[in-house]
Design a protein around this ligand. Structure first.
Ligand SMILES: Nc1nc2c(ncn2[C@@H]2O[C@H](COP(=O)(O)OP(=O)(O)OP(=O)(O)O)[C@@H](O)[C@H]2O)c(=O)[nH]1
Ligand SMILES: [Mg+2]
Length: 199
């Protein structure tokens, strides 16, 4: 299968919504707590290791990073939340930017919410799901770093999270994912391609 994300390119970074590219076409954003594997997932999906910067230091991606897929389609790497060393006022400001982005970004068609398969559904993940539900925004959950668990344990987590999510958001899907060994890569690409109307 041809990878519709192979030509993805870095477009721009924005500290707030006003600096974002024109709100046209279709956009899918990657959100999740710091270190969940957002940038790694983006790189795996594009098949391009150096596209989004990954880091062992949590909270590295502080800006909203936009990537062009086609003239009409973008992927967006959102800053991670739950980074303990960020002062409360910075955190509060970021929450305002984030909710503004989720609420007002017309081109945003879906949110990929990443959770470490070993620590799913934190309070902030639940908060994010509530914001998306209120904004009537579709969510696709990637349970990341699936390579860290045995197959059976990962499957059990998947079933449990799927059950819990059903009560939190009416339009949510969930899958296992690993940027390291490629688990769930095709399914993640298929969901994004559907949202962005790529073929
Ligand atoms: N084993 C394993 N490690 C992973 C996987 N995905 C990411 N990692 C590691 O997890 C760490 C964080 O990955 P990032 O992709 O930078 O996480 P992020 O969510 O973008 O983090 P912030 O930008 O700080 O919010 C890095 O050390 C990655 O190498 C995976 O699928 N498997
Ligand atoms: Mg990142």
């Amino acid at each position: 299968m041809k990878n519709p994300f192979a030509a993805a390119q870095f477009l721009t970074s924005a500290a707030r919504l006003g600096q974002a590219p024109a709100d046209a076409g279709r956009e899918a954003a990657f959100a999740g707590r710091s270190n969940a594997g957002k940038s790694s997932a983006l790189n795996a999906i594009a098949g391009h290791k150096g596209l989004a910067r990954t880091s062992k230091t949590p909270g590295r991606t502080q800006l909203i990073n936009f990537f062009r897929v086609t003239d009409d389609a973008r992927l967006v790497d959102l800053p991670g939340y739950g980074y303990a060393k960020v002062p409360p006022e910075v955190k509060a400001q970021w929450e305002r930017h984030l909710t503004a982005y989720l609420k007002h970004r017309e081109s945003l068609v879906g949110l990929v919410l990443l959770m470490d398969v070993r620590h799913p559904l934190t309070d902030f993940d639940r908060q994010m799901l509530a914001w998306c539900r209120d904004a009537a925004l579709e969510v696709h959950v990637l349970l990341t770093k699936a390579d860290k668990l045995k197959r059976g344990a990962a499957q059990n987590t998947l079933l449990k999270v799927r059950r819990d999510l059903a009560g939190l958001h009416p339009q949510v899907s969930v899958q296992l994912f690993s940027a390291l060994d490629g688990t769930g890569l095709d399914a993640a690409r298929a969901q994004l391609a559907a949202w962005l109307e790529l073929d």
